[in-house]
Design a protein around this ligand. Structure first.
Ligand code: GDP
Length: 295
């Protein structure tokens, strides 16, 4: 479906072969293709521009035309830079607490409840972990039901308190319940709104302050493209979160949001969601993502 950037760059550089050294003008021409690929993948314009400037310097430093396949070398430079930009090696989750408390944040529909279940299942399968899910969305009874359905699917207990409309109190009670009942991981699913608003930010911030989680994760729908950056920034300003979860990568998005978010909030992307099923979770590998973005 996507045009292959490597082929495009090979073509663009083909005419230049034999000229001995690559000039700044030649590189600029080729980098237009790179920038186009990034913009097609939904990378923020400013970030794409900064990125191509970095690549330009690297390409000028390494005489790409002296190689047999200059396009491939360019792609390697681009890919290495992209990988570095997205965070280098995959990063795990801090599970140092007893219990380890993980707080989910993000907009409604981003995939928080689904991912809470996926993460609980993923950790449960590691054998040494006994996770508890806590339902803190007090506004939509259906959200609590949804978490219970997820819990049943993966055979993980869900803590909820339907009569209580104070999410901070529920979160605290959930952690206390985990301590008293031998759970070593607590995953707290919170309410989102359709867009960033003050009430949601105040609420998540209050939960965060009250329970002081080991890990605060920001869940974002990769299909939301450019908007994802603004949302990430708003949540990071309030929570200073530890990591990003990029969901719905099974869709046809190229995933440029990964680069934009990483560049703006400078937090690692830890996991990706690749489907609605509980097994559709994967550790985030920057180099795989770079391949996907480059097509
Ligand atoms: P929440 O409001 O943030 O808790 O979001 P949900 O977990 O309810 O997810 C919203 C919708 O997105 C649901 O229909 C999920 O099944 C779906 N969803 C969540 N994660 C993924 C994913 O990785 N891929 C796909 N295709 N759908 C997902």
């Amino acid at each position: 479906m996507f045009n292959n950037l490597s082929d495009k760059l090979d073509k663009a550089l083909h005419v230049l072969k034999g000229h001995g050294s690559i000039t700044e003008v030649n590189v600029a021409e080729t980098l237009k293709e790179v920038r186009r690929a990034l913009l097609d993948a939904d990378v923020n314009f400013k970030i794409a521009k900064q990125f191509t400037n970095t690549v330009k310097e690297k390409a000028l430093g390494q005489n790409v035309l002296t190689t047999l396949q200059p396009g491939q070398l360019m792609v390697k430079i681009v890919k290495d830079e992209l990988t570095q930009l997205m965070g280098g090696d995959a990063e795990g989750i801090n599970l140092s607490g007893t219990p380890s408390v993980i707080l989910m944040s993000g907009l409604q529909g981003s995939g928080k409840t689904t991912f809470s279940g996926k993460l609980a299942n993923y950790l449960k399968n590691k054998k040494t972990k006994k996770p508890l899910l806590v339902a803190c969305d007090v506004y939509r009874p259906a959200a609590i039901d949804q978490l219970h359905v997820v819990g049943e699917q993966i055979n993980v207990e869900v803590f909820s308190d339907r009569g209580n409309n104070d999410p901070v109190a529920i979160a605290q009670a959930g952690v206390a319940y985990a301590k008293a009942n031998g759970f070593n991981v607590v995953i707290i699913d919170t309410a989102g709104r359709l867009a960033v608003d003050e009430a949601m930010m105040t609420e998540i911030s209050n939960i965060h302050k009250a329970i002081q989680p080991q890990e605060t994760l920001f869940v974002v729908d990769s299909m939301t493209g450019q908007d994802a950056v603004n949302t990430a920034k708003a949540f990071n300003d309030i929570l200073n979160f530890d990591g990003v979860i990029l969901t719905k990568l099974d869709g046809d998005t190229r995933g440029g949001a990964a680069i934009s978010i990483k560049s703006v909030v400078n937090k690692p992307i830890k996991f990706i969601g690749t489907g609605e099923k509980m097994e559709a979770i994967d550790v985030f590998y920057p180099s795989r993502m770079a391949d996907r973005i480059l097509g």
